[in-house]
Design a protein around this ligand. Sequence first.
Ligand SMILES: [Zn+2]
Ligand SMILES: [Zn+2]
Length: 450
Amino acid sequence: MADSCRDAVIHLRWEHIAAGDVTAAAGRMVRLDGWLTGMDLNGCHLLLIEPPCCPGCRPGPASSRVFVTGAAPLQSGPASLIGVLGQTAEGHTLTAARPFGGGIGRRRLLASAPLVCLAAAAPAVEPLKLLQESVTIDVHSHAGRLLSVRTNRTFTPVADSMRDGGLAVVCLAIVSDAPTHRLMTDHRIHPFRNPAPGELYAYSHRAFARLHALATQQGMTILTDVASLQRARSDQPCVIVAAEGGDFLEGNPERVEEAYGQWQLRHLQLTHYRVNELGDIQTEEPVHGGLTDFGAEVIRRCNQLGVIVDVAHGTLSLVRRAAAVTTKPLVLSHTSLTNRPRPFTRLITPEHAKLVAGTGGMIGIWPVASLFPNMAALAAGMARMVAEVGVDHVGLGTDSMGLVGPATFDSYAALPGLAAALLAAGFGVADVRKLMGGNYARVFAASMDG
Ligand SMILES: [Zn+2]
Ligand SMILES: [Zn+2]
């Protein structure tokens, strides 16, 4: 066992570097995933925790970068490298590095936490089977062409791909402000006109009706209670009714109750691409200083009724007040982590993420191909969020058929690949279950409670 330990590649994670917890790996062959910069004049690369925001930007703190020298030329971009771990006064080093995947031979890849030999590890897990036996949840989606409200186009298959990929539950979200925003020449979505009174209310009712039609046509049950969610498995895919944007409320708090009763709404995202009556958004200049008093009133109503409050798209100030107001865990359904936020980014900082996690809530990671070109990169992105907020506070929010650019994967049938990548990244079975739905299920139960 000691010999197999010595030959093994240790799968190192950034959280270990941040925690100074890598003594056991010093001088050993390790694998580390990140973003590799081009070579400098000394023949050295930097492996970074996340892509740099621009060519001129300075690398982050020592805990978010490792100096790399290659055994052979290395390509910049997303990288999974193996090499020998060392340390200098300036930080950690990876020498004789090469891409992981080729040439690893029969060496055993070890799980990363804790950094001990797990050579006689658990038997291999079949990823699809693992998902099929779990409450798996996509916490934010517009799958099935849900958003074609005005054109009323036929739905594309959702339930079939969920069955194929082991997804039990999809939080399907209507988009309340859709008639008033569009993609502009700066490649960002902006509002372009104010809605007429009653317009977004009427539009959202058509959208909720379309959501129900999709569920009915594809034989999916609409989940409204905790027991049903806990029983949900992918052989009978289910739906949670969600709304992206509280714009349909038009300032009337009693419409939360109405949507709860009439449309089985159980998940309400306060804001979207329009600065609405509830608060400020990440993609426009702030107007309200965060969450409005009306937004706070809506949160209280959601807490009383058992409707999950989703703060995706909201500003940091909005999330700060929402976290103070809510008595139930918050969700932030689709984003990813950044340590260097650009203006108007939809990504969130560790501080922002910790506010959500601090309520007992969870954050859904977005499979955006420009950030995460493959499942390994997406799993690494989830791991980076886990390193900030813990494994109980992260999940998957695909924004399927709502993304502006390409997605990491196009069909739920690909989800076993994500489960496999999470296992390969060092997460155990129990943690994969949490990340693939368990954490949202916990928030759902807490939201319905009392
Ligand atoms: Zn969104
Ligand atoms: Zn969306």
